[in-house]
Design a protein around this ligand. Sequence first.
Ligand SMILES: NC(=O)c1ccc[n+]([C@@H]2O[C@H](COP(=O)([O-])OP(=O)(O)OC[C@H]3O[C@@H](n4cnc5c(N)ncnc54)[C@H](OP(=O)(O)O)[C@@H]3O)[C@@H](O)[C@H]2O)c1
Length: 335
Amino acid sequence: MRAMVIREHGEIDSITYEPAWPDPVAGAGEVILKVKVCALNYHDLFTLRGMPGIKVPMPIIMGIDTAGEIAELGPEVEDWSVGDRVVIDPIDREKLKLQGEMMDGGLAEYIKVQAHQLIRIPDAVSYEQAAALPVAYGTAYRTMVTIGKVAAGEKVLILGASGGVGTCCVQLAKLAGAFVIAAASTEEKIQKLLDLGADECINYTDQDFMRVIHAGYGKPRALGESGGIDMVINFTGGETWLPSLKCLTRGGRLVTCGATAGYDPKEDIRYIWTFELNIIGANGWTRDDLHALLKLVEDGKLLPSIEETVSLEDTRDAFQLLDERKVFGKIGIVP
Ligand SMILES: NC(=O)c1ccc[n+]([C@@H]2O[C@H](COP(=O)([O-])OP(=O)(O)OC[C@H]3O[C@@H](n4cnc5c(N)ncnc54)[C@H](OP(=O)(O)O)[C@@H]3O)[C@@H](O)[C@H]2O)c1
């Protein structure tokens, strides 16, 4: 089969196109999918470059989020048929391994998965939409809804709102009835975020987002009526961390699920106690989160933002766009 393979960690040119990679073979309880769409995530860039503490078996086919058609059933697989439309839950919850990181992923014509990872795609949901969901939208659901418990009337600031996790956070916060302030780096992304439903946007390339929040919603105060906003979604980390804390009203919450720009930012714990802040982590997704998301898409309440798809051979170009922050929402690879 055709596949994009890495043999060692490195930059984007380490991803090589293999026109005749061995086809996967289904063992007991396993299924082979013909890949229709594999959606990229920022996590794929971390996998490519290597992450401390994670040993990736080489060579490997990356690509975590995959939707496809069942091409072959291994022995002992029940309840599924060749031709079924499915999206995979990329976590093998028995082996506790992530597809595209510890096992071959979807940047190929075919992928082997455990049957228990399969989720049926409803007729009203496309392969592109389904492939956009698990990692980014699943984590956004957990961050915003399951753990973040966003509520109607709350003022929520979302940093990195234009990306995979971000576009879903914007939509879920709007669905919950929150007032959404979305922050992004270009005017083009800002316009798309307004189209997606954001109530207000901040271009943090030329504006200090903390000052914009203070100017619009007041500064937090330890006593009496407090200014500031209720919730910040911050999966960027780095230099955005401290100003994010300073945006929050007394008792406000900062929910994090990542650290694109740095995981060990400067901290100032005085803000945490003075304003009785809640710093909350969210990690990954559950099967229930994914079913809830598919239902929202099926009902037309959530529109996964896949702006662009490219062919398997052009995978490196897609990684480049992701690395240069030029993707709005998700980018998909179509083998
Ligand atoms: N814990 C989990 O289970 C989990 C699951 C999914 C994702 N994550 C993490 O969440 C983060 C976002 O993932 P994603 O897939 O949504 O990424 P993405 O699609 O690339 O979006 C990230 C957005 O963050 C903004 N950004 C700000 N500073 C950046 C920087 N230094 N480098 C790159 N982008 C920057 C960019 O928008 P602007 O250009 O507009 O600023 C970009 O669009 C990543 O750190 C990822 O590892 C964690």
